[in-house]
Design a protein around this ligand. Structure first.
Ligand SMILES: *Cc1c(COP(=O)(O)O)cnc(C)c1O
Length: 362
């Protein structure tokens, strides 16, 4: 029997995915031409599905890349002539900041320790900054950036591009797109799909920005530029041969999640998150890593282990055919990270909690 993956990425597949893969194989989805009418239908189903699920307004574009990591580079190439600003509190936010520096930009940073969020009342973003990078859910540390704080930044800096990394909070995240300019994710976390697909949502502000860069003769990249992606998306196509199977599965899983209803998904996520944090607070094997409640991620719960290493804990848990994530980087053995995504049923989280509370994992 295979394990249940409560790891934060890659994670357990959404429970309908195996059936959709079988159908895809029967229908030859992975072999059809990406210039065919059949592909255009698959592309449109996925775009429409994402739009409905995340309530993306009609005037926001949706395009596909190979990963979220790729989108960091595309954002820098297409939207930053000179300067970016980064909220860094973990490995993923750090990478976007590093990429900007590597690409020769003047990257500013507001950095806090792992496990902490930001006090946005003491933020001063320089005038020259063009893009503000916010990691809404820092998967490495389980810290969330509250949407109210994002909205406050929008009010303070209406002209800058606000770009949201929502890789491990989609589809749970409930955000008003009118108050941000771009949001992106890859699909192997909250969406429960095989890795290898990035989804990039953005508004006209980014299109205007890339046109400015072009007018200034700044190189904007080659095959996956905003103008190139949009030109092909207008035909329900992609510049290069894409991950057709991934796009197909995204469309199907969005349909399934839309049928279940995003409200139900959010309510269940809240319920399961409460179970997990209650466990961390009440059981003497753990303590919650993120102390400030408003910064605790609902989709990736991180606990400090007391009295055993992550390897020891995972080994015991493995006997019950479950796996959670170890800590990230330097916290590898001292923490566990538990994913709380739509595919993780209430029953599976209850089972994990019962095992621990029953003293089975000491
Ligand atoms: C996983 C992750 C990424 C990178 O996703 P890839 O699919 O590996 O490119 C970026 N940001 C966050 C917050 C993540 O959790």
């Amino acid at each position: 029997m295979k394990k249940l993956f409560l790891t934060p990425g890659p994670s357990e597949l959404y429970f309908t995915v195996p059936d959709h893969i079988q159908t895809a194989m029967r229908e030859g989805v992975a072999s059809i031409s990406h210039r065919s009418k059949d592909f255009e239908k698959i592309f449109k189903l996925a775009v429409d599905g994402v739009r409905t699920l995340l309530e993306v307004p009609e005037n926001y574009h949706i395009v596909f890349t190979n990963s979220a990591t790729e989108i960091w580079e595309r954002l820098i190439q297409n939207c930053i002539a000179d300067s970016s600003y980064h909220f860094v509190n973990g490995s993923f936010s750090q990478k976007f900041y590093d990429f900007s520096k590597m690409m020769g930009k003047n990257a500013h940073v507001m950095e806090v320790a792992l496990g902490q969020g930001f006090d946005i009342n003491n933020i001063e973003i320089p005038n020259e900054v063009e893009v503000i990078g916010i990691t809404q859910n820092e998967t490495s540390s389980g810290v969330a950036f509250p949407v109210e704080d994002i909205y406050q930044l929008r009010n303070q800096y209406p002209d800058k591009i606000i770009a949201i990394d929502a890789v491990s909070s989609v589809p749970y995240l409930n955000i008003d797109f009118q108050k941000i300019d771009s949001l992106y994710f890859s699909v192997q976390k909250g969406m429960g799909l095989p890795a290898g697909l990035g989804v990039w949502v953005f508004n006209e502000k980014l299109v205007e920005k890339v046109n400015e860069l072009k007018a200034q003769k700044i190189p904007i990249g080659t095959y996956h530029t905003i103008p190139g992606l949009l030109k092909m998306a207008a035909k329900n196509q992609t510049p290069a041969t894409p991950n057709v199977l991934g796009i197909y599965l995204l469309g199907k899983v969005c349909e399934d999640m839309n049928r279940r209803g995003i409200q139900v998904i959010r309510q269940e996520t809240n319920y399961k998150a409460a179970l997990l944090y209650n466990l961390f607070e009440s059981n003497n094997l753990f303590e919650p890593f993120v102390k400030e409640k408003k910064h605790r991620s609902k989709t990736v719960a991180v606990g400090n282990l007391i009295g055993q290493s992550a390897s020891e804990f995972l080994q015991k848990l493995g006997k019950y055919k479950m796996e959670v994530g170890k800590g990230y980087g330097g916290k590898k053995e001292s923490q566990i990270r538990i994913a709380n995504f739509p595919t993780h049923s209430k029953e599976s989280i209850e089972m994990l909690v019962d095992l621990i509370e029953g003293g089975k994992l000491i």
